[in-house]
Design a protein around this ligand. Structure first.
Ligand SMILES: N[C@@H](CCC(=O)N[C@@H](CS)C(=O)NCC(=O)O)C(=O)O
Length: 197
């Protein structure tokens, strides 16, 4: 049984979505987290080393960091087909999009949100304006990042774009809007919202 350490309306909500997509048994352990407004606190019941969410426990295994959790779950439940496995043609693309999410896209959005200019040539990531055309190019080839195949990478990207597409952090894009709606329109996302708490 997978235990998801979760706080409502946070980065852990999308793992309820992924677990619903996988259709495997899981339980939600709701924890407190520190918030930007000064409320909340690190919850001693949360095994994440920084008191953040998401984290999951699977027996004796603890996994934290969103992309690691996405890869862990889609490998662990490989028969559900939500992530290409070693030897499959799209495995490299899948790993790339997962790593790009945590190594480039999130830092790009956070930099913009904080008003920090991404220094040319020295940061490991690029500005949102440089990252988004890369994502748009991939999405122009198919309904999902891997073409016809929906994967856990879409859970991360689609939910992020659904959240930011109406904000000044992102330039308007009909293609991104349609993609985000395609992802959050899935029944598993609606079930996740119902369980978000
Ligand atoms: N890099 C982490 C980020 C996790 C993260 O920052 N989560 C936020 C909630 S959206 C959190 O727990 N914040 C509480 C804190 O920073 O103490 C991941 O992607 O899993």
């Amino acid at each position: 049984m997978i235990t998801l350490f979760h706080h409502p309306q946070s980065r852990s909500t999308r793992f309820i979505f992924l677990l619903e997509e996988l259709g495997v048994p899981y339980e939600i352990h709701r924890v407190d987290i520190r918030k930007r407004d000064g409320t909340g606190a690190v919850d001693p019941a949360n095994p994440h080393p920084h008191g953040k969410v998401p984290a999951i426990r699977d027996g004796g295994t603890l996994v934290f960091e969103s992309t690691a959790i996405a890869l862990y779950l889609t490998d662990r439940f490989s028969e559900r087909g939500l992530g290409p496995q070693v030897g499959e043609a799209d495995r490299g693309a899948y790993l790339t999009w997962l790593a790009y999410y945590s190594g480039v896209l999130e830092p790009a959005f956070v930099s913009k949100f904080l008003g920090v200019e991404v220094p040319r040539g020295t940061a490991g990531w690029v500005a949102v304006e440089e990252a988004m055309p890369t994502v748009i190019q991939a999405l122009s080839r198919g309904p999902y990042l891997l073409g016809e195949r929906f994967s856990a990478a879409d859970v991360l990207y689609g939910t992020t774009f659904a959240m930011f597409s109406q904000s000044p952090l992102m330039e308007k894009s009909a293609l991104i809007d349609a993609y985000a709606q395609r992802v959050v329109g899935r029944p598993a996302f609606q079930r996740a919202l119902a369980r978000d708490g």
